[in-house]
Design a protein around this ligand. Structure first.
Ligand SMILES: [Cu+2]
Length: 407
C-alpha cells in the first residue's frame, strides 16, 4: 500500500528538474530530478538571484512516471503557446513512461506555479503541483531578507485510510501548506527588522483568507506580476482565490510568536466528522456512560465546546491526525491544517531559519487571570445580574482622560 509519507513526498514536484541553460547544452541525457529526504524548511542554497548572460532560457524535462498520461502547465508564465502544457490543446498528452521537454524564456520575474493539465481532477487531488519562483535579473529589485513560498492544497482522506478521494469536489478534510498540516508545518522564522515576503499559491477548490497576527503587510505580487507600490495597501488578512497566488511583504518589527493561519476555522483543523452531534449546553453524563459500555473510546463533542479534543487527543486509527492539536508554552494550541507560527526574534543571523523555541515575553506583557470568581452570566436564572465595573476585573482604568487618537 502507498503510505501517506510516500504519497506526499512523491507528489511534491518530483517531476520537475529546472536548470538555467545557456543555449547549446545537449539534451542527450535526462538529469535525475532532485529529491530530498527531510521535509524541513529549505533555505535558498546560494544567491538570491542568479545572473545570466545572454538569454535566460529554461529547459525542463518531464518524465511521466504516472500510470496515466499527464502534462505540465506553467501557471502565470509568459510562454509560447506550444509550451503551455494543456493536453490536447497545445501538445499531445505525455504517455506513461515517456518524457517531454519544455523550453521557454523567463520573460518576467515573480511568483508562479505548475500543475498538470491532463486528468487534472485526479492528479491535483493526489497532490501534483509545484511553485515556480523567478527572481529579477537585477538582484536589487524587489529585494527582501527572507522569502517564503508555499502552495495550498486540500485532500479528502478518510481517517484510517491512505488514498485521497479523487472525485471529491467540496468536502475536503486535510488543508495543507506544501502538503503539510499543523503541527507539521515549520514556523516562519524572521529576524527583527527583516523584510519578509510570503508567497502563497492556492490550488485547492476554495478560497483561503490568510491572516497574520501582530503585523501589517502589503500585497506586493500576484501570479499576474508585481503590484506597483502606489497600488499597495495595508492588510492583516489576504484572501487567496482559487488558482491564484498572493505574495505579501512585511517588515518584522514586532518580536513574538505570531499565529499565521487561514481564517476559515475548519481549515485550521485536521480530519473531522461533520456529522458530530452538538451537545453544547446539554448534560450528557448518563448517556455517555451508557454509550461507553458499547464503545469504550467514545468521545462526543463536549458540553462546553470542542476544546477537550485538543487537550485529550483521543486514540486514532493509523494515518490519522488529531482534529485539534499542537501545544506551546501556555498549553494546547487546538489547531490543525493551515496554521503555523511567524516567529520574530532579535539578533538572528541572516540565514538562520532554525526554530528559536517559544518567545520569552518581557515581564508584564502577557495576558493574565484575575483572582475573583467569574460573574454569573446575565442569562442564567433569567434575571439580569449587575456586572462589576471594568476596573474591578481588568486593568483598564475608568475615567482615563481622552487622548488624541481615541475613538
Ligand atoms: Cu482556508
Amino acid at each position: 500500500m502507498l503510505s501517506r509519507r510516500r504519497f506526499l513526498s512523491s507528489s511534491s514536484l518530483a517531476l520537475v528538474g529546472t536548470s538555467t541553460i545557456s543555449g547549446r547544452i545537449q539534451a542527450a541525457s535526462i538529469p535525475e530530478a532532485p529529491s530530498m529526504k527531510a521535509t524541513t524548511m529549505q533555505p535558498r542554497s546560494s544567491h538570491w538571484a542568479v545572473l545570466t548572460t545572454n538569454r535566460s532560457q529554461v529547459r525542463i524535462f518531464v518524465p511521466n512516471k504516472l500510470p496515466e498520461p499527464t502534462t505540465v502547465h506553467w501557471h502565470g508564465m509568459l510562454v509560447p503557446s506550444g509550451m503551455d502544457g494543456v493536453g490536447g490543446l497545445t501538445q499531445p498528452h505525455i504517455a506513461p513512461g515517456k518524457t517531454f521537454v519544455y523550453e521557454f524564456e523567463l520573460k518576467a520575474s515573480g511568483s508562479f506555479m505548475c500543475h498538470p493539465h491532463s486528468d487534472e481532477m485526479v492528479q491535483m487531488a493526489m497532490g501534483m503541483m509545484g511553485s515556480f519562483v523567478v527572481h529579477p535579473r537585477d538582484p536589487k529589485l524587489h529585494r527582501v531578507d527572507r522569502d517564503f513560498v508555499f502552495i495550498m492544497s486540500a485532500y479528502d482522506i478518510d481517517p484510517g485510510t491512505y488514498l485521497p478521494k479523487v472525485s471529491e469536489m467540496t468536502d475536503f478534510n486535510m488543508w495543507t501548506w506544501n502538503n503539510r498540516v499543523f503541527p507539521g508545518i515549520d514556523p516562519l522564522v524572521s529576524g527583527k527588522g527583516d523584510r519578509v515576503r510570503v508567497r502563497m499559491a492556492n490550488l485547492t477548490m476554495t478560497n483561503h483568507p490568510i491572516h497574520l497576527h501582530g503585523c501589517r503587510f502589503s500585497v506586493t505580487c500576484t501570479d499576474g506580476g508585481w503590484v506597483p507600490e502606489s497600488a499597495q495597501w495595508p492588510e492583516v488578512t489576504i484572501d487567496v482565490p482559487v488558482g491564484a497566488i498572493r505574495a505579501f511583504e512585511v517588515v518584522a518589527e514586532n518580536p513574538g510568536d505570531w499565529a499565521f493561519h487561514c481564517h476559515k476555522s475548519h481549515h485550521t483543523m485536521n480530519a473531522m466528522g461533520h456529522n458530530v452531534r452538538n451537545y453544547i449546553g446539554a448534560n450528557r453524563k448518563a448517556i455517555d456512560k451508557k454509550i461507553r459500555q458499547l464503545v469504550p473510546d467514545y468521545m462526543p463533542m463536549g458540553a462546553t465546546g470542542m476544546a477537550d479534543m485538543g487537550a485529550m487527543e483521543m486514540p486514532l486509527p493509523d494515518n490519522t491526525l488529531p482534529m485539534m492539536t499542537g501545544a506551546a508554552q501556555f498549553g494546547p494550541i487546538e489547531m490543525g491544517g493551515m496554521f503555523t507560527v511567524f516567529k520574530v526574534r532579535e539578533g538572528l543571523e541572516p540565514n538562520d531559519y532554525k526554530d528559536p523555541g517559544w518567545y520569552q515575553h518581557p515581564k508584564g506583557t502577557v495576558a493574565y487571570g484575575v483572582k475573583e470568581p467569574p460573574e454569573k452570566p446575565p442569562r442564567s436564572g433569567g434575571e439580569v445580574v449587575p456586572q462589576k465595573s471594568a476596573a474591578e476585573s481588568t486593568t483598564i482604568k475608568p475615567g482615563r482622560p481622552k487622548r488624541a487618537g481615541d475613538h
